[in-house]
Design a protein around this ligand. Structure first.
Ligand SMILES: Nc1nc2c(ncn2[C@@H]2O[C@H](COP(=O)(O)OP(=O)(O)OP(=O)(O)O)[C@@H](O)[C@H]2O)c(=O)[nH]1
Ligand SMILES: [Mg+2]
Ligand SMILES: [Zn+2]
Length: 358
């Protein structure tokens, strides 16, 4: 199968072809650019088309992973002069961003797929927070995505104040790329633009109100997307952006804007934790016990580093908290899944029994 230049332009490449499980003869490949309630907008590289899922996908879905998300590549059929389409399958994902569903519910939610670079945005004035940054980093690293930190609203702080915040990141994560910018006086915008490479997909992550959509509008050069202009105390929690969508910039780079997240819980985060807290991961190799939990064990190299002042206590706690949370979320999710499955079996056997009786 040849790759058409139309979809190649949107980032499709041989990786996806090589990893496809079935031949897509008679189908076309398109990219999901927006997710609505139970419908999708997909793009064939030229136009946007409304799409629905084929029945088989709906009925066989077992987890949120079985539904398309923004950035996914799908195989689809087009109808009615390409104004409508049916999605038949999702292609394997190169990367995936997911988080725990907000609140007590133990389930997860897909944020985007096939993202190359995630911009984690924090505003320098009141949103800057290292622990929150670590949370985003775990999610991004776990998803197999390259993180870049963008610190917004640099117009509101003095250069000394900004340098101090940059230092705080540098001390604990020296290799993490960090840029500062302002949507108001436009400083640093050129640096952000220079990061955007054609055929690559970027996403904007971060709390509500940090300026993600304003940045996107600046990158487009037009105010196409709605931003929040007034931010009063009581309007906190209301999001200017309400849904995720993928936008193609003039230079061929793609950007997914997301609504700010108030809660960021992670699932199975082994790789994500390891990459985010790599200095702790290195320490664990010197723990006396191989199954050390780094909580109260003797001979724990991590605890020793904290008591000797080589590792900040706050960073250590952040690491432990996220490991515990992930383990709990994982466990509860698997329990819930197996319960759901048992219940499903029970219903099916009841139905069968009824059928046999009638
Ligand atoms: N001073 C200053 N204000 C900014 C800057 N960027 C954005 N703002 C303001 O911050 C507010 C929120 O901006 P948005 O772009 O809507 O924020 P968002 O991150 O998209 O928020 P959600 O869509 O709710 O997640 C708006 O009032 C912007 O004008 C900046 O660089 N400096
Ligand atoms: Mg927004
Ligand atoms: Zn230990």
């Amino acid at each position: 199968m040849n790759i058409s230049p139309k979809i190649e332009k949107m980032g499709f490449n041989s990786w996806f072809l090589e990893n496809m499980s079935e031949e897509a003869d008679g189908f076309e490949i398109a990219r999901v650019v927006a997710v609505h309630k139970d419908r999708f907008t997909i793009s064939d590289g030229e136009q946007d088309i409304l799409a629905e899922l084929v029945g088989k996908m709906l009925y066989s879905a077992e987890s949120p992973l079985d539904f398309p998300t923004v950035g996914d590549w799908v195989v689809a059929n087009f109808y009615d002069d390409r104004t409508f389409s049916i999605i038949h399958d999702i292609l394997p994902r190169k990367s995936i961003l997911k988080r725990k569903t907000p609140g007590k519910k133990i389930d997860f939610q897909l944020i985007a797929a096939n993202i190359d670079v995630a911009f984690i945005v924090q505003s320098l004035d009141d949103n800057f927070n290292l622990r929150r940054l670590e949370r985003y980093l775990v999610m991004v690293n776990e998803g197999n995505i390259n993180p870049i930190v963008l610190l917004s609203k640099s117009d509101l702080l003095s250069s000394e104040q900004i340098a101090d915040k940059l230092d705080q990141i540098k001390v604990i994560m020296p290799d993490l790329p960090v840029l500062q910018f302002s949507n108001v006086n436009k400083s640093g915008l050129k640096d952000v633009k220079d990061l955007l490479k054609n055929r690559q997909t970027f996403c904007l992550l971060g709390s509500s109100g940090v300026g993600k959509t304003t940045l996107l509008n600046n990158l487009i050069g037009e105010s196409v997307f709605e931003t929040k202009t007034v931010r009063e105390k009581d309007s906190k929690g209301r999001h200017a952006t309400t849904r995720r969508q993928l936008i193609i910039l003039d230079n061929g780079a793609m950007v997914v804007d997301t609504p700010g997240m108030r809660e960021l819980g992670n699932f199975s985060v082994q790789q994500g934790l390891g990459e985010t807290f790599d200095e702790i991961e290195v320490l664990t190799q010197n723990c006396q016990f191989r199954d050390c939990r780094h909580l109260d064990e003797s001979g724990c190299a991590v605890l020793n580093a904290v008591s000797e002042g080589h590792l900040s206590g706050k960073r250590y706690q952040s690491y432990i908290r996220m490991s515990k949370e992930a383990a709990y979320n994982d466990m509860s999710y698997h329990e819930k899944r197996s319960k759901d499955r048992k219940l499903g079996k029970f219903y099916r056997s009841v139905m069968k029994h009824k059928k046999n009786q009638s």
